[in-house]
Write a protein that binds this ligand. Structure first.
Ligand code: PGA
Length: 259
């Protein structure tokens, strides 16, 4: 894991956008997109680079990490709607290039299996953006998720419902169930980009990066991946024990693979 501690959330967004731009400019690409507040600055940065710098997503496909069960696609808080409004409609993805899970599927198991198959058929994800929950989840893989899990239906913890209540009129409107890429699915992406900002994420980041590999902190499974970049601001880094090491060695280790 490469831990990159940056002064501000804006720096995190710029570095994440750099990594994605580099990938997209390389040729036809598959991006893994996350929703939530964390990647919003990255998406703004990419939209600006599309508008002002000619960055094109015309050869790029995208797969969303997760979706609420029971929200129709057109619901403003469905992740279909959120990613369209926050990012994909403001750049030049082809009409059928952005893929998400159908939260209204009558057979969620079949929907999940088809989704994993579609990711594989696209050649797998080149670069996957990830946020982290205050409980250490990635995607909606809540604590005690199988570290080998595939895309499937999950039940949200009370903490995640409370964290996400800000997007709904009340916590009672937050769906109980979600479809999410599994930890095993996420780990197949070739490069994982985990972003975190703010003190509320400091404990989860410390557990994910320095804690034991444990289902109690699903993000700790990233320790098994050969190419992970963790971009954090000072506040999210504040509970890491080995901050000096990360600062001293950033980009200098022989195994450095670049962002
Ligand atoms: P946030 O959520 O980006 O809205 O903080 C991250 C997550 O729950 O994975």
């Amino acid at each position: 894991m490469e831990i990159v501690i940056l002064p501000t959330p804006a720096d995190v967004a710029r570095k994440a956008a750099d990594a994605i731009e580099q990938q997209v400019r390389r040729g036809p690409s598959v991006l893994g997109l996350a929703t939530g507040s964390t990647p919003l600055g990255t998406y703004e940065e990419l939209i600006a680079r599309h508008r002002d710098g000619g960055l094109s997503f015309g050869q790029t496909q995208a797969f969303l990490l997760d979706e609420y069960v029971g929200l129709p696609t057109e619901h403003p808080q469905s992740y279909h709607s959120v990613i369209r409004d926050e990012f994909t409609a403001s750049v030049d993805f082809a009409a059928d290039a952005v893929h998400g899970l159908n939260g209204m599927a009558t057979d969620p198991e079949a929907e999940a299996a088809q989704y994993d198959a579609a990711i594989a058929a696209a050649g797998g994800v080149d670069i996957q953006i990830l946020g982290i929950g205050t409980d250490g989840h990635v995607g909606f893989n809540e604590p005690m998720s199988s570290l080998a899990s595939r895309t499937r239906i999950k039940t949200l913890t009370q903490q995640t419902k409370e964290d996400n209540a800000r997007f709904f009129d009340s916590i009672d409107d937050v769906p109980d169930h979600v479809l999410t890429q599994g930890l095993g699915t996420i780990r197949q992406a070739r490069h994982l980009l985990l972003l975190a900002m703010g003190e509320s994420k400091a404990e989860a980041i410390a557990a994910a990066v320095e804690g034991p590999l444990a289902a109690l902190c699903p993000a700790s499974v990233l320790q098994l991946h050969p190419h992970v970049t963790v971009l954090v601001d000072e506040a999210a880094a504040s509970k890491l024990t080995h901050q000096d090491y990360y600062r001293d060695t950033f980009g200098r280790k022989p195994e450095w693979q670049g962002l």
